[in-house]
Write a protein that binds this ligand. Structure first.
Ligand SMILES: Nc1nc2c(c(=O)[nH]1)N[C@H]1C(S)=C(S)[C@@H](COP(=O)(O)OP(=O)(O)OC[C@H]3O[C@@H](n4cnc5c(N)ncnc54)[C@H](O)[C@@H]3O)O[C@H]1N2
Ligand code: MOO
Length: 403
């Protein structure tokens, strides 16, 4: 049985970024940059006034208020060629390029208009050189890397790309994921379960997780534990970049998934990981006619499915989308109560992480009742990680993953 780290390494080894393409920055929201974006020019590209007022020579105001001649008026988007000489100034708007010769901007609030002569203004307060001016290249210099390949595109990046790359960006194609929920006992969320039946919570939950992770989802619904039904659904699912099946991967007589996947040419990379919940996880890969499909058989228990998606499917999704590795395990949480893990597997235990003033980040394991207890997860925002056969005391520092 593989450790979590070994399983993640194997998934990483078998997942390569999907082909890239160019699209509008807004359309790329949630994707990752496929290449670095470097600044084509200095930003700002010119010395820019940051206030409405008068572009002046600071030295003209050194000896107190000065009455200056107004030789020009400069709006944003206009470049003035009028040189500011001693004793002169130009009316200037916020965002406009500074005229040659001027080295500061006096605020309009610190001036008195000469009602007799509109071409003159009294500046009442001194300014230092550079005051209210954003120097050319002070934000970015030409050639500087602004966004690196692998960085996720958030609304901030959309703004930067619109400013610097004509609103276009090259990203990796987002992966398609097919989802199959296996089990004779399953009925859809809209149906009324009768004796022994349960509603399919995994299908919609995994679909939501896949969408959140930036994938295109093909929901293949509920499939009975019958070879022919499973075979038909698997054939369809293998057209996607990733196929996820939930249920039917442990050791029962109706756990048909691993055998049926192998029969469809899916090579098993590993079966079973040393983790609780999620031990029966199955991972494989099929390469057929140049098309690669990664296949995850997730354990049917809802929490096991959720944890396996968070840890393992997301790892593959990040690789396929060329996303920079984000550290999954966050250290330094203060445990709020004693905890014993008597089992021989590391436990990823539902917990509430909290940041309190003066106390740092605390982590409280919830009253979780095992792999079928999804309801308690609604109160969790983290999974506390406890090593096998270990006792923990309140006040100890432990790691967690955020969910
Ligand atoms: N003899 C052994 N039995 C089991 C082992 C083992 O190693 N040896 N492992 C246990 C562990 S750990 C888990 S986890 C489960 C996982 O089993 P399967 O992946 O085969 O899942 P199923 O048996 O099909 O279902 C388990 C459980 O989850 C419910 N389920 C299934 N699908 C859904 C769904 N879409 N939505 C909601 N709930 C679902 C199902 O009704 C079962 O209650 O195996 C242990 N057994
Ligand atoms: O590992 Mo299973 O996922 O304990 O419930």
């Amino acid at each position: 049985m593989h450790s979590v780290e070994e399983a993640l390494e194997l998934i990483g080894k078998h997942s390569s970024p999907l082909p890239d393409y160019e699209c509008d920055a807004v359309e790329a929201l949630g994707s990752a940059m496929a290449e670095d974006l470097t600044s084509e020019q200095d930003s700002p590209a010119f010395d820019k006034s940051m206030m409405d007022g008068y572009a002046v020579i600071a030295a003209d105001l050194e000896d107190g208020p000065a009455n200056l001649e107004v030789v020009d008026e400069i709006a944003a988007g206009v470049t003035s060629v009028e040189v500011i000489r001693p004793g002169t100034c130009a009316r200037i708007m916020t965002g406009a390029p500074m005229p040659p010769g001027a080295d500061a901007v006096a605020l309009v609030e610190h001036t008195q208009i000469d009602s007799e002569n509109v071409h003159r203004v009294m500046i009442t307060e001194a300014v230092t050189p550079g005051k209210n001016v954003l120097k050319r290249g002070s934000l970015l210099s030409k050639g500087q890397v602004v966004l690196s390949a692998g960085s996720r595109i958030r609304p901030i990046e959309v703004g930067i790309l619109s400013d610097m790359a004509k609103g276009r960006v090259t990203v990796h194609r987002s992966p398609s994921i097919s989802i199959i929920s296996t089990g004779d006992e399953l009925v859809s969320a809209q149906e009324e379960p009768i004796s022994g039946q349960i509603r399919n919570s995994n299908g919609p939950m995994l679909e939501a997780m896949a969408i959140e992770a930036g994938a295109q989802v093909i929901q293949l619904g509920i499939v009975k534990d019958k070879r022919e039904d499973l075979a038909a659904a698997i054939s369809k699912g293998l057209e996607s970049d990733i196929l996820i099946l939930s249920g039917g991967v442990s050791s029962g007589v109706l756990d048909l998934v691993p055998a049926e996947l192998t029969a469809h040419g899916v090579e098993q990379i590993f079966h079973k990981v040393c983790i609780k919940p999620g031990k029966p996880l199955w991972f494989g890969k099929r390469v057929s006619a140049g098309k690669t499909t990664l296949v995850f058989g997730l354990p049917g228990n809802p929490v096991s499915s959720l944890v396996c998606f968070h840890l393992f499917v997301r790892c593959a999704l990040n690789q396929l989308q060329g996303r920079a590795e984000e550290p999954l395990h966050v250290p330094g949480f203060l445990l709020t109560r004693d905890f014993v893990n008597n089992g021989d597997r590391p436990v990823y235990f539902p917990a509430m992480a909290c940041r309190k003033e003066g106390a740092g980040a605390t982590l409280s394991p919830l009253n979780w009742k095992g792999s079928a207890d999804l309801a308690t997860l609604a109160k969790a925002n983290a999974l506390a990680i406890f090593a096998p056969n270990s006792e923990y005391e309140a006040g100890q520092f432990i790691s967690a993953i955020m969910i």
